[in-house]
Design a protein around this ligand. Structure first.
Ligand SMILES: N[C@@H](CCC[C@H](NC(=O)CCC(=O)O)C(=O)O)C(=O)O
Ligand SMILES: [Zn+2]
Ligand SMILES: [Zn+2]
Length: 398
């Protein structure tokens, strides 16, 4: 089986230009690797209003339980200015012991290693005593509307059930083996629009500049901590990500200003309690007249943007334990169990089975010259192989 080499698996995948929502040949390449191994491969196209159709793949090896899912994505973020790359972003060139290309660590590399690991496990130990599935989406880096969420529902409707899932996102900050993700903070975005009265900039008494209310409003959102975090999660944090008046003139006071924000929140909040907190902070700040003496409280409205992402924590010692033991056996490191960073598709999987995440080192993800050391690909493959053995041994009670 040639797929036992993670480096050639990865080179094949990188050479498929699968920038979201393009399939780019990446799922065809996966199918060509998995079918000869004995996987039953199915392709599913997900559709929704106002978003492009996206191709996804579900492949199962075996028909009985226990059932282990490996989840990930073959879509990649855009390459940016290709001229800035030292190797073309879809070349998969190897230079100085490193494979270069978009998706090298995020996360075609993780998929390449898992396939190699399973191939080695089958060759050396025979098929696992149960089933292994790959749930691979082409819409993780995009809106995530036509990806893992819909693919899970589709598979669930066809009777698929899983006992545990491993997501192969690049979870390690600096060194392979240092961090497993066992949960994620939630994510909530919104836009506030402060209303004023348009007018001539030389006659401000005849206008009401909404920008004079903005500093107090932004201070209320970002100035005071939402919480201090806890032993499970980092503190919640809100960042304002854009401010816009739509005003192109220098001598006109605009009639409105909008600010967009995103908050990453921990399990001391629900979406609803957090929305209430944000609105009450804004209502208080709207009374602040320090830059607007003689005016009424500012008027504003708030619009919640997109789907909020839920906060979740995987409380499954057996799953995180098998993975930690595998990592320690191969690298000598005991990984931390973390909930730091962004959200991931594990937020959808957690409704079906316990889920943890472990993959490559994420330092170059989304950057120019994304790359992965060949040695990390080999080490991750050995970790995944070790994990597969441990997880099934534990699941069947051996
Ligand atoms: N576009 C999607 C989901 C966005 C997910 C994104 N995740 C990461 O960047 C992962 C980084 C990490 O592992 O820390 C995010 O957190 O924004 C949507 O909006 O649903
Ligand atoms: Zn990713
Ligand atoms: Zn990414």
């Amino acid at each position: 089986m040639t797929v036992r080499n993670p480096v050639s698996n990865l080179q094949t995948l990188i050479r498929c230009p699968s920038v979201t929502p393009e399939e780019g040949g990446a799922l065809d390449a996966l199918e060509a690797m998995l079918s000869p191994m004995g996987f039953h491969v199915q392709r599913m196209v997900a559709k929704d209003e106002n978003t492009p159709d996206v191709e996804n793949l579900y492949a199962r090896f075996g028909s009985d339980g226990p059932h282990l899912m490996f989840a990930g994505h073959t879509d990649v973020v855009p390459t940016g200015d290709d001229a800035l790359w030292s190797h073309p972003p879809f070349s998969a060139d190897i230079d100085n012991g490193r494979v270069f290309g978009r998706g090298a660590v995020d996360m075609k590399g993780g998929i390449a290693c898992f396939i190699a690991a399973l191939a080695r496990h089958i060759e050396e130990n025979g098929p696992p005593p149960g089933s292994v599935s790959l749930l691979i989406t082409g819409d993780e880096e995009g809106p995530s509307i036509n990806g893992t969420d819909k693919l899970l529902k589709w598979a669930d409707e066809r009777g698929e059930r899983w006992d545990a899932a491993l997501v192969g996102e690049p979870t390690n900050p600096d060194v392979l083996g240092e961090m497993i993700k066992v949960g994620r903070r939630g994510s909530l975005s919104g836009r506030i629009t402060i209303r004023g009265t348009q007018g001539h900039v030389a006659y401000p008494d005849r206008a009401d500049n909404p920008l004079r209310a903005l500093p107090a409003m932004l201070q209320s959102l970002m100035g005071k901590a939402y919480d201090n975090g806890n032993d499970r999660f980092p503190p919640s944090n809100l960042e304002v990500t854009s401010v816009d008046t739509g005003n192109s003139a220098t001598n006109v006071i605009p009639d409105h200003v909008s600010a967009v924000f995103n908050i990453r929140f921990n399990d001391s909040w629900t979406t609803e309690t957090l929305q209430n907190e944000i609105v009450s902070r804004l209502q208080r700040a709207a009374q602040d007249l320090s830059l607007r003496s003689g005016k009424q409280a500012a008027t504003f409205d708030i619009e919640w943007l997109g789907r909020p992402s839920p906060v979740f924590l995987t409380r499954n010692d057996a799953l995180a334990g098998s993975l930690s033991e595998a990592i320690e056996a191969v690298t000598g490191k005991m990984p931390s169990l973390s909930t730091t960073g962004g959200t991931s598709d594990a937020r959808f999987i957690k409704d079906y089975c316990p889920v943890v995440e472990f993959g490559l080192v994420g330092q170059t993800m989304h950057k120019i010259d994304e790359h992965v050391p060949v040695s990390d690909l080999e080490t991750l493959t050995v970790i995944y192989q070790n994990f597969i053995g441990r997880w099934f041994a534990r699941a069947v009670g051996r």
